[in-house]
Write a protein that binds this ligand. Structure first.
Ligand SMILES: N[C@@H](CCC(=O)N[C@@H](CS)C(=O)NCC(=O)O)C(=O)O
Length: 216
């Protein structure tokens, strides 16, 4: 397997966690430096025309793209331990929680959106940060509400780690990037604190990847 990755990428963090949970180690990790705009270079555009990471090539390909699709592919090809519950309502809830993160919140704060706000609409840095904090907090608020449901257990859905937890962990890392205090989201915080103690999550964390800044 070949993983296209960058330390800071929250979507790639999600895939790294899934790979770890499944006990899979890519033979090659190709760094796409988002801060240098390498995602827009022709070589990577040929891998993912959306110019975004992660992408994963398993064997002879094709290149897989979109973190949730990649994680479901890994879950289908390596079913144990499962990342989705067996019952359809449970599966829908887990996918819904995951999509709040990966489809409703994260796309609003990615580099291409931040750069467009800055270059096209002349947002200054504090305004871009305000934008990111707003959308990130909106998702945290919705997640906290959902997580107060009785289907929540030790983790987001029951007592086993699911796709929803993988997405919660990436939302928590994003909250750190934007200095959002998780005290307002106690259930979310309880779960992500617990996930952080699991090696598959801890070792996939952005700050543990090559190229990440040293802890201060
Ligand atoms: N919905 C996609 C998001 C992919 C995405 O936007 N990745 C970011 C890094 S987390 C990226 O590569 N951004 C490049 C850019 O915005 O220019 C997924 O979940 O895989």
């Amino acid at each position: 397997m070949k993983l296209f990755s960058f330390w800071r990428s929250l979507a790639t963090y999600r895939v790294r966690i899934a790979l770890n949970i499944k006990g899979l180690v890519p033979e090659e990790v190709i760094q796409i430096n988002l801060m240098k705009g390498e995602q827009r270079e022709a070589a990577f555009r040929a891998v993912n025309p959306m110019m975004a990471i992660p992408a994963l090539i398993d064997g002879n390909g094709p290149a897989l793209f979109e973190s949730l699709a990649i994680i479901e592919y890994l879950d289908e090809t390596h079913p144990n331990p499962p990342l989705l519950p067996r019952d359809p309502p449970g599966r829908a809830r887990v996918r819904g929680l995951a999509q709040i993160v990966a489809s409703d919140s994260h796309p609003l704060i990615v580099p291409r959106v931040r750069e467009y706000l800055a270059h096209e609409f002349k947002f200054d840095e504090p305004s871009v940060l305000k934008w990111c904090r707003h959308w990130h907090t909106a998702a945290l608020t919705a997640l906290e509400r959902h997580l107060q449901d009785k289907s929540t257990g030790r983790y987001a859905h029951g007592d086993s780690v699911t796709l929803a937890d993988i997405c919660l962990a990436s939302q928590a890392a994003g909250a750190k990037y934007f200095n959002i205090d998780l005290a307002q989201f106690p259930t979310f915080r309880r779960i992500v604190d617990s996930l952080a103690t699991i090696d598959a999550f801890a070792s996939a964390h952005p700050l543990k990847q090559p190229g990440a800044p040293a802890p201060t």
